[in-house]
Design a protein around this ligand. Structure first.
Ligand code: MN
Ligand code: MN
Length: 292
């Protein structure tokens, strides 16, 4: 939802957004990718690829996830990040579903697609949850800041699903800031957030904690411009978990691409059923190559 909304304003500045839209608050497509109204981008498509793998395997399985991402790249997506492409190419050429740690992979690409892990492991012990997040992340992104930020988002979603409310979400965000002060979000307003995980999450946290509804939070974050489809996607996970599906404006649900909306709904049901029925333990990549 946030991806479809924010794709229109991706890479615009807040000033340009004001000029074209006053306040951007409708799913109308367009943007630099010239999207049809309701179309989504890599953020949603990779989430759905991840969700398919988890539902199929009844667990997070590194090789299955890497295969799902590789199949998605083969489908000629409308947009794909450089770090994501590198990670998938690495898997294709080595058979290893995990890249080596490197600071350059601290983009927001692992975080933008993490929701299916949060749903499937929402009742699992926190160590399982975190190891599941890392396995999906490390296919393409392996950096301490990316891990810390993505772990935090997943934990916040789970806390909200468990009824912890904004107070518990805020505690989790503040624990991130204690460990990694770069994520401080109490300063001046973040505009034009980049694709760096730190910038992205600072904008998302500001928007989430300064508003009191799903629509308000998403409108706030995408009107900051920059990587707005991704800030929209992440704010959508957090605000969706916090406010529930009734809070989603009907005009947004109706505008979203029908096939995408239906797959999102079906996956959410299947992933929560998996969580309730007992998700299987994570399978990490062995590093053994069968691709030569
Ligand atoms: Mn995108
Ligand atoms: Mn983006």
């Amino acid at each position: 939802m946030g991806d479809a909304l924010g794709a229109t304003t991706e890479f615009l500045t807040p000033r340009e957004i004001r000029q074209y839209h006053k306040v951007h608050r409708d799913i109308v497509g367009g943007g630099w990718l010239h999207l049809a109204p309701g179309a989504v981008t890599d953020d949603t498509e990779m989430s759905l690829a991840l969700g398919r793998s988890i539902i199929d395997r009844r667990r997070v399985d590194a090789v299955s996830i890497a295969e799902a991402f590789s199949a998605w790249m083969r489908s000629k997506p409308v947009d794909i990040g450089n770090t994501v492409r590198r990670g998938i190419v690495h898997y294709r050429s080595t058979g290893r579903p995990k890249i080596d740690q490197n600071e350059q992979s601290a983009g927001n690409g692992a975080c933008m697609r993490c929701l299916p892990v949060a749903l499937a492991y929402c009742r699992a012990p926190v160590e399982q949850l975190v190891s599941a997040v890392h396995v999906q992340s490390h296919v393409t992104h392996n950096a301490p800041l990316s891990d810390a930020g993505t772990d935090t988002v997943v934990k916040m979603v789970v806390a909200a699903l468990q009824g912890g409310g904004r107070r518990s979400m805020r505690q989790i965000a503040d624990a991130l800031v204690s460990g990694f002060p770069a994520f401080r979000y109490d300063g001046r307003r973040v505009e034009n957030p980049s694709g760096w995980i730190v910038d992205t999450l600072r904008a998302v946290f500001q928007a989430l904690f300064s508003t009191s509804g799903f629509e308000e939070a998403l409108v706030d974050v995408v009107n900051r411009g920059g990587d707005s489809d991704t800030t929209g996607a992440i704010a959508g996970m957090l605000a969706g978990a916090l406010y529930g599906r009734e809070a989603i404006p009907l005009r947004w649900s109706n505008a979203l691409d029908t096939a995408v909306r239906q797959e999102c709904e079906q996956q959410a049901i299947s992933l929560v059923a998996l969580a309730n029925g007992g998700v299987q333990p994570v399978i990490e990549g062995t590093g053994i190559s069968n691709h030569g």
